[in-house]
Design a protein around this ligand. Structure first.
Ligand code: E4P
Length: 216
C-alpha cells in the first residue's frame, strides 16, 4: 500500500518527503483554509516538493463550474489531480474530465456503491472516508474492503485511497483491507514510527556501549 500525506502544510510535506515514504499528497478546502495562503500558490509549491499525484479540490457544486475549475487547476503542474465531491454533478464532471485525460479523485465516498459509480464514470481514485464512518458507528474499513473486492472482481482500474485516517490502526486496517493507498495526516505518520520497545532498545544499546573499551 502506498502512503500519501493528508495536509496542505508545506513544512510537514517537506519533512515527510525527506523520509522517502510518501508518494502523493491530498488536500481539501478545510486543510487549505488552515494555511491562510493563496490556494493556487500552495498547490504549486506542494507540486514542486512531491512529484506524485497532488489532489486539489474544486468548490463549485455544478458540473460546468467543476470542469472549469479543473481545467484551470491542471495548468498549475502536471501532477495535479482534481478532487471532486461524490454528487451527480460531480460524477458528470468526472466523466467529462476523463475524456480530457484529466485525473480525478472522487472524495466524500461513504459506500461501495458510491465508489462503483465513481469508477464507472472514469475516476482515477476514490476516497472512502474511514474515520468519519467510524465516528457515526459504521465500519469504514469494511467500505474500503468491499470497494477493493468489487474493483478487483470486475477489473476496474480505479485506485482506492483510504482517507479520513484517525490513528495508526486505521493505516494497518487499510493495508489489510487491500487499499491501494492510505492518505495519512502528518501527526499519524509520526506515530507510526513509534514503539516503546524501540525507544527502550536504543536507550539500552547506548548505555551498554558506554562500557565498551574505546567507545569514548
Ligand atoms: C482526504 O482526502 C480527506 O479530505 C481527508 O482525509 C478528510 O479527513 P477528515 O475526516 O479528518 O477531515
Amino acid at each position: 500500500m502506498e502512503l500519501f500525506i493528508d495536509t496542505a502544510h508545506v513544512e510537514e510535506i517537506k519533512e515527510a518527503a525527506s523520509w522517502g515514504v510518501i508518494s502523493g499528497v491530498t488536500t481539501n478546502p478545510t486543510l487549505i483554509a488552515k494555511e491562510k495562503r493563496d490556494f493556487k500558490e500552495v498547490v504549486k509549491e506542494i507540486c514542486c516538493i512531491v512529484s506524485g499525484p497532488i489532489s486539489a479540490e474544486v468548490i463549485s457544486t455544478n458540473c460546468d463550474g467543476m470542469v472549469k475549475e479543473a481545467r484551470e487547476l491542471v495548468q498549475l503542474a502536471p501532477n495535479v489531480v482534481i478532487k471532486i465531491p461524490m454528487t451527480m454533478e460531480g460524477i458528470k464532471a468526472v466523466h467529462i474530465l476523463k475524456q480530457e485525460n484529466i485525473r480525478t479523485n472522487v472524495t466524500l465516498i461513504f459506500s461501495a456503491n458510491q465508489a462503483l459509480l465513481a469508477a464507472r464514470a472514469g475516476a482515477t481514485y476514490v476516497s472512502p472516508f474511514v474515520g468519519r464512518l467510524d465516528d457515526i458507528g459504521y465500519d469504514g474499513t469494511q467500505v474500503v474492503k468491499d470497494t477493493k473486492d468489487i474493483f478487483n472482481g470486475y477489473g476496474l482500474a480505479t485506485q482506492v485511497i483510504a482517507a479520513s485516517i484517525r490513528h495508526p490502526q486505521h493505516v494497518l486496517q487499510a493495508a489489510q483491507a487491500g487499499s491501494d493507498i492510505a492518505t495519512v495526516p502528518y501527526g499519524i505518520l509520526c506515530k507510526m514510527f513509534k514503539h516503546p520497545l524501540t525507544d527502550k532498545g536504543i536507550e539500552r544499546f547506548l548505555k551498554d556501549w558506554e562500557g565498551v573499551e574505546g567507545s569514548r
